[in-house]
Ligand binder design. Structure first.
Ligand code: NAD
Length: 374
């Protein structure tokens, strides 16, 4: 069983899918591990650390040659997989709904694409869930970045020269990223409020010591929503939400938006007219900017200023914490592959519940139900 890891090629991608820690663990399972030279440089992992862990550190083509499994953060182009065994697995993120061409190319080339974003939201798979591990770090980084851009302090400070008021932070979308954003802003001493369309989040917001701000007159999603995910809301709900946001947002100093709907563009939560009601110097961090944005006018990796309000958002927020993000992503991959390791076969053998959920392509075809349904 040969596992290969390449240096990420996507612009701005600093993470790596293997750490020396996980290399050691895969080797302990009986696998050979090969990593491309320089693969860890963006995450501050020198080649020597991989070599010390027992991995081969070699050029890309040598790493991939005869590989049974290739692991990545973002799935590599099929051309880079030349030399891997026929039917070999590629475990990485594929962004399958928006990157259908890549999925089709994997099918044509005969590789088995395993999309880590499609990991089912079940207890057993929590430790394998890259969306959770990366969103958690992204929620933290969004608050830190916004705080850094904000020309005032976050906590209340009583000084001899007078009192500095606590900043008001509003978090929109309370999934994994939103919960971490609330916790981080609270720790920094801000006054925090938050909203979501799923009623189950109300209690979670309150248990973190923040104020829940919810649309009351139109029903949202009762409980968790399917798989924990939201759907597109009715026009009536959107209107009620816009009114609620308009009255709340004018009083906020920092707004963090995190709202996503799987397979759909991010919902628009803040309009230009609403931005105009905010105080000059306020900051909005749009965590959904790469998925179309929750905020009108937000641009990936660019600071935009509108009506005196700074609007920021990264195309790859977790990538701004490359070392931690890589460590958690690499562990997610190890937890996934090792959970299915069949000692006799000397390789992982996936079950139906998780295997069928993450497998996009097999035997030259696209086989994933969620993809075939679109
Ligand atoms: P996500 O990234 O898909 O979306 C972020 C948040 O945006 C969600 O809370 C969603 O409800 C919210 N949202 C969508 N549209 C909105 C709108 N118009 N206005 C306001 N908010 C809106 O979500 P996520 O971070 O992946 O987490 C979703 C849920 O899944 C959470 O409850 C989480 O705890 C759960 N989860 C479970 C597991 C597991 O059991 N293995 C793993 C990860 C997450």
């Amino acid at each position: 069983m040969r596992i290969a890891v390449l240096k990420e090629r996507a612009p701005g991608e600093s993470r790596v899918a293997l750490t020396p820690e996980t290399a050691k663990k895969f080797i302990a399972l009986g696998a050979t591990v090969a990593v491309e030279e320089g693969a860890g440089s963006g995450a501050a992992i020198p080649d020597g650390d991989y070599a010390q862990a027992g991995a081969e550190v070699v050029p890309a083509a040598n790493a991939v040659k005869d590989a049974d499994i290739v692991m990545g953060i973002q799935a590599p182009d099929v051309a880079l997989l030349k030399g891997a065994k026929p039917g070999s697995w590629v475990a990485a993120t594929f962004d399958p709904f928006r990157n259908r061409e890549l999925v089709d190319a994997y099918a044509t080339a005969g590789y088995e694409a395993l999309s880590m974003e499609f990991m089912p939201r079940i207890t057993r798979a929590q430790s394998m869930d890259v969306l959770s591990s990366q969103s958690n770090l992204a929620g933290y980084k969004a608050v830190i970045t916004a705080a850094n851009q904000y020309g005032r302090a976050l906590p209340m400070m009583m000084t001899a020269a007078g009192t500095v008021q606590a900043a008001k932070v509003f978090v929109m979308g309370v999934g994994v990223a939103g919960l971490q954003a609330i916790a981080t802003a609270k720790r920094l001493g801000a006054q925090v409020s938050a909203t979501d369309v799923r009623s189950a989040t109300k209690e979670q917001i309150q248990s973190l010591g923040a104020k829940a701000v919810f649309v009351e007159d139109v029903e949202g999603i009762e409980g968790e929503g399917s798989g924990g995910y939201a759907t597109e809301m009715s026009e009536e709900y959107q209107k009620a939400q816009a009114e609620l946001v308009s009255s709340h947002i004018a009083k906020q100093d920092i707004v963090i938006t995190t709202a996503l709907i799987p397979g759909k563009p991010a919902p628009r939560l803040i309009s230009d007219a609403q931005i105009a009601t905010m105080k000059p110097g306020s900051v909005i961090f749009d965590l959904a900017v790469a998925q179309g944005g929750n905020v009108e006018g937000s641009q990936p990796d660019q600071a935009v200023e509108k009506h005196g309000v700074k609007i920021i958002g990264y195309s790859n927020t977790a990538g701004h914490l490359a070392a931690d993000a890589s460590a958690l992503f690499a562990r997610n991959l190890y937890n996934f592959l090792s959970a299915f390791w069949d000692e006799e076969a000397g390789k992982p053998v996936l079950d139906e519940e998780i295997g069928d959920a993450v497998r996009l392509t097999q035997g030259g075809k696209v086989v994933n139900e969620r993809l075939l349904a679109t």
